[in-house]
Design a protein around this ligand. Structure first.
Ligand SMILES: [Zn+2]
Length: 399
């Protein structure tokens, strides 16, 4: 019924395996050894950092970003409830950055104190780069924006976990001495961060690709081959991790110079045990609240960045042997998201349930109203795009 494209053996996946040779002083990627912060780091935060960085504590980030990361990663993260207790403290917003400037996404100060920049929150909350609507508090159902923001916080959690902030010379420490040291630290924080996202139902590893891409749209792609941490190397590492999670079954059509795909709304799922790829063309996601007219809907999140989210979640499902009809569960979206408004349309959430403790939200979809003489959510062509998207997604399930 739907015109689906099957391509066979077209994807030439030349995945570069990156090996990080860390400076000897650091715990390498994949090894977990938490280093608690020193008391002086906590004091330094209050005596110096709060004042000089114009930091504001933010309850929204604590509840919507930090809390789920801790809840679903109890082995790695913990909350501190007193000043000198080891653990994550409040989450702060640093007032730097504007709706275009996402150059610096966040900072780890030691002692469990982390901030995200105003600029990165605005940029990640917007439907696309430079399309910010001024809010830094995305709704629960804006799983795409929340995943991008969570990836920035999760990266800083990596710096907290290994106490990378402890770098002041007058504290007897010199953490980042060379570009190679700096690369190792950043790559390790990235690797730690995406593994935190992996465990949270509503956060996708693909959120990291969203965040990196939006930074790159401000800065340009940095493809230098030296030991610098670059947005290009971070993109490749996260993309390769998604490929690995999916047992090389999920990806873009061509992943030579993978970041060239960053603007693509289409990804592919290779059918299990077959050399056939389903093309999944992801449409824009529209805002459901305050809907008035099919022709004047506001885009909640653009198709290419929504695709990054879905790609990461499908990869998780494949990794956990759950990308099949037995593990898919469809809910009314209002049951999943408390703030999803009631509408004349049926909004459903597509989830994958490995067991009662491990679940993932794949995406949510608005159906057009089938009652006669009622308003439509989609234009005719949008309706077709959504139908094709959902159809292709379900056709890629393992039998
Ligand atoms: Zn970092």
């Amino acid at each position: 019924m739907f015109n689906k494209k099957i391509i066979t053996g077209v994807m030439a996946f030349a995945v570069a395996t990156t090996t990080y040779s860390c400076a000897f002083a650091y715990t390498p990627i994949g090894e977990y050894y938490h280093i608690p912060a020193d008391r002086m780091e906590t004091d330094n935060f209050w005596d110096v950092e709060v004042k000089s960085n114009y930091l504001q504590e933010d309850k929204f980030l604590e509840d919507k970003i930090q809390a789920p990361l801790i809840k679903f990663n109890p082995q790695k993260l913990k909350k501190a409830y007193s000043k000198y207790e080891d653990g994550l403290k409040g989450v702060y917003i640093n007032s730097v950055g504007d709706t275009m400037d996402s150059n610096v996404s966040g900072s780890n100060y030691g002692g469990g104190y982390i901030s995200l920049t105003q600029g990165s929150l605005l940029v990640n909350s917007g439907s696309a780069y430079k399309s910010c609507n001024g809010t830094t508090t995305p709704k629960d159902y804006n799983i795409y924006a929340l995943s991008a923001i969570a990836s920035d916080y999760a990266h800083e959690c990596g710096h907290w976990y290994y106490d990378d902030a402890l770098s002041k010379r007058d504290w007897g420490q010199t953490a980042e001495q060379t570009a190679k040291d700096s690369f190792a630290l950043e790559a390790r924080a990235d690797a730690f961060g995406i593994r935190l996202l992996e465990n949270v139902p509503q956060f996708s590893v693909g959120g990291d690709l969203i965040s990196v891409y939006r930074m790159a749209q401000y800065d340009g792609w940095d493809t230098r081959k030296e030991n610098h941490p670059t947005n290009n190397s971070r993109w490749n590492a996260t993309y390769n991790y998604i490929r690995e999670m999916s047992k090389n079954r999920v990806g873009y059509e061509n992943d030579n110079d993978t970041y060239n795909n960053a603007d693509s709304s289409t990804f592919y799922v290779r059918l299990k045990n077959e050399d056939k790829y389903w093309e999944i063309k992801v449409p824009d996601q529209y805002e459901v609240a305050n809907f008035a007219n099919a022709n004047y809907k506001r885009i909640l999140y653009n198709s290419a960045d929504r695709a990054k989210y879905v790609m990461g979640q499908v990869a998780w499902a494949i990794k956990n042997n759950c990308w099949d009809k037995n593990h898919i569960a469809i809910y009314k979206a209002q049951e999943i998201f408390n703030d999803m408004p009631e509408t004349p349309f049926i909004v459903y959430a597509i989830c994958v349930e490995k067991n009662k403790n491990e679940q993932k939200i794949i995406d949510w979809v608005v159906t057009s109203n089938e009652e006669e003489n009622s308003v439509d959510f989609y234009t005719e062509s949008q309706n077709q795009q959504v139908n094709e998207y959902i159809s292709a997604l379900f056709d890629s399930l393992d039998s």
